[in-house]
Design a protein around this ligand. Sequence first.
Ligand code: PAF
Length: 281
Amino acid sequence: MLLLKTRKDLISVLSSQSKGKGLGLVPTMGALHQGHMALVKRALEENDQVVVSIFVNPTQFNNAEDLKKYPKTIQADRALLGQISDEIIIFAPSIKEIYSTHVHSNSYDLDGLDRVMEGAFREGHFNGVGTIVEALLNLVKPDRAYFGEKDFQQLQIVRKLVENRHIPVEIIGCPIVREPSGLALSSRNTRLSKQLREEAAFIYKTLRMAKDKFGTESAQRVTEWVKSQFNERPQLTLEYIEITDEATLTPIQRKQKNKKYRAFVAVYAGEVRLIDNIALN
Ligand code: PAF
């Protein structure tokens, strides 16, 4: 398996190989888990060549402490990828390789998709995500790029960015992978104590019940109910619960038959911030 660290090496390897069925890109920040593996497996099925980028992107962290604590496990990541194929090309550049000496984000107009939820609570986050995703798409020039639905807002934002910038790539969203307890897989889960990890299963349990309630109750009642459930769990702090239109991410006013809705939450389990979401209809 190739592990490349420079743009020059990546471009040279990609241009020397024939693309056949196509080239897939799975952008990651490393600390790979089975959620990432599901993206990589899908990319391997649909393409001849797959690039997995591993880059902890500093411009998308609004919290310096979170960036510092973000797990970096390149050897384990490499081993995990090696278990499913040794044809994968890993691209693991340095910060300098990506940003040169000027570590900064571009500014994007994303039709308001970036102003709610993660965008509202993590200032500058989506400009940082947009900057790195655009840079990787322009560098790798994949036919398809794969993103997990756990970061559903990010997925919709990447779709919008690609449309606005006319980048010729198909963006593919893949379902959330969960632990047996229901907890959505996340690189941040490794920072949870055993007890908090068990407690965090409550997040998905509550989302599933919210989905049931959404069948018969108003969005406002469901939202209030979710808040009241979290109020009873001292170890979990709900940062937000939003029920939105899936396409525009605007908060639901009144349910309409032809629209798809999704519930989104951000929750602190101790110091660890977790997000999750569920399709409601
Ligand atoms: O979802 C992630 O891991 C990151 O936001 C991404 C898309 C790799 C950009 O750094």
